[in-house]
Structure formats: structure tokens, C-alpha cells
Write a protein that binds this ligand. Structure first.
Ligand code: GSH
Length: 208
């Protein structure tokens, strides 16, 4: 088995979390390299695109979260081999990226500008994406995004729903997912009830 090292920020979420979960669910050991935010400046230039997550595989480096999630999914049986089911996974993961990119663009804005941008996101684009993700979930049977089973796409959507429901993002109401896409909130609970997901968070002593 290759040696894996996943580098990401030190919190239970974000673009690195689906990869941590996938390896853990699949029983694949990996070095969980969690960068304190204070150290990021010194490490940024050493990454392929100036961003994390980054996965090292026997010393080779892979970046871009969806590429890493697909790789981890293939190694753990959490990414479908069927081309159509795999494409449905990609669709959901890329839609989540659209939302994360919008939110990421607000993180370091001056307060007034941040407030305006986030209120605009909460009034349009985020409910739109949540509603459309919910429609895609329904179109694929209502339980999982592809293959009628847990895949890396479900992990990525669930982590987004946890972020949006957390109340940690000022000016984005925490009840946005519940109000606009209740089935995604149910889907989040389904993912969190997965024995592998439960075991991962229990091991870390994390409660949600
Ligand atoms: N398209 C990239 C985006 C990566 C990205 O923006 N990562 C954030 C953390 S979630 C980051 O590295 N932020 C710090 C920075 O850009 O300096 C991906 O999907 O991996």
C-alpha cells in the first residue's frame, strides 16, 4: 500500500475533510498533516497551486480537492466504476466547489463588503445551489447522489451542509439549508449515521 500524507488546515471540515473521511472509512492509513493557520504563509508556496488540500502519494504530490477525492474514492470503493454514476458524483462535487469558491471569495473582505457579499449570496446563489443539489439528489433516488450508496460526493455535500448550518459564517443564516433544501439536511444525517463516518469522529472525539 502506498504511503499517504494529506495536508490541510486543522479543523473538521472544508475541502480536505471528504478525503480524511474516505481514507478512514476505507481503512486506509494516512498521515493527517494539519497545518495551523499561522503556518500557512510559510507553506503556501510549496504547494502546486498555492492551496490545500494536497495529497502526497509515496512522495508524489496531487492537489485540487475533487481530483484528490476521486483518487481517494477509487482507492476506497467510494467512487463508482460505472461511468454514468461517476459523472453524477463529479457533478455534485463540482457544484459544491462552485459554492465554496463563492464563500471563499468573501473570507478576507473588509467587514462591510463581506456583509454585503454574503447577504447577496444568501439571497440568491446559495439557496439556488442548495435547491438544485436537492433536485439532483431526488432525481437519483433521494438517498445518495450516485449509485444508491455512499460515495465521496455524499461526503463533500454533507460537509458543505454542516458548514452552512454551523452559524460560523457571519451573515449567512444557519437555517438556510433547512429552509431551502430540507432533504439535504436529511441527507447530512444519513451520511453522519454511516458507521464509518461515526467511527471516524468518535476516534477524534468530535461531536456534531
Ligand atoms: N480549487 C482548489 C481550491 C483550493 C482552496 O482554495 N483551498 C483553500 C482552503 S479550502 C486554501 O488553500 N486557502 C488558502 C489560500 O488560498 O491561501 C481545490 O479544489 O482544491
Amino acid at each position: 500500500m502506498p504511503n499517504y500524507k494529506l495536508t490541510y488546515f486543522d479543523f473538521h471540515g472544508g475541502r480536505g475533510e471528504p478525503v480524511r473521511l474516505a481514507f478512514s472509512i476505507g481503512g486506509i492509513p494516512f498521515e493527517d498533516d494539519r497545518i495551523p493557520f499561522a503556518e500557512w504563509g510559510a507553506r503556501k508556496q510549496g504547494t502546486p497551486f498555492g492551496s490545500v488540500p494536497v495529497l502526497e502519494i509515496d512522495g508524489q504530490t496531487l492537489s485540487q480537492s475533487n481530483a484528490i477525492s476521486r483518487y481517494a474514492g477509487r482507492q476506497t470503493g467510494l467512487y463508482p466504476s460505472d461511468a454514468w454514476a461517476a459523472a453524477l458524483c463529479d457533478e455534485a462535487m463540482d457544484a459544491v466547489e462552485d459554492v465554496l469558491t463563492e464563500i471563499g471569495g468573501t473570507l478576507f473582505l473588509p467587514e462591510e463588503e463581506k456583509k454585503a457579499r454574503r447577504e447577496a449570496l444568501a439571497a440568491g446563489p446559495i439557496p439556488f445551489y442548495l435547491a438544485r443539489l436537492q433536485q439532483r439528489l431526488e432525481a437519483n433516488g433521494g438517498r445518495y447522489f450516485a449509485d444508491d450508496r455512499l460515495t465521496v460526493a455524499d461526503l463533500k455535500v454533507a460537509i458543505l451542509i454542516r458548514l452552512l448550518s454551523s452559524g460560523m459564517l457571519d451573515h449567512l443564516p444557519a437555517d438556510l439549508p433547512k429552509k431551502t433544501a430540507p432533504q439535504l439536511v436529511e441527507h447530512y444525517s444519513r451520511v453522519m449515521d454511516d458507521p464509518g463516518v461515526k467511527a471516524y469522529y468518535a476516534k477524534l472525539g468530535a461531536e456534531f
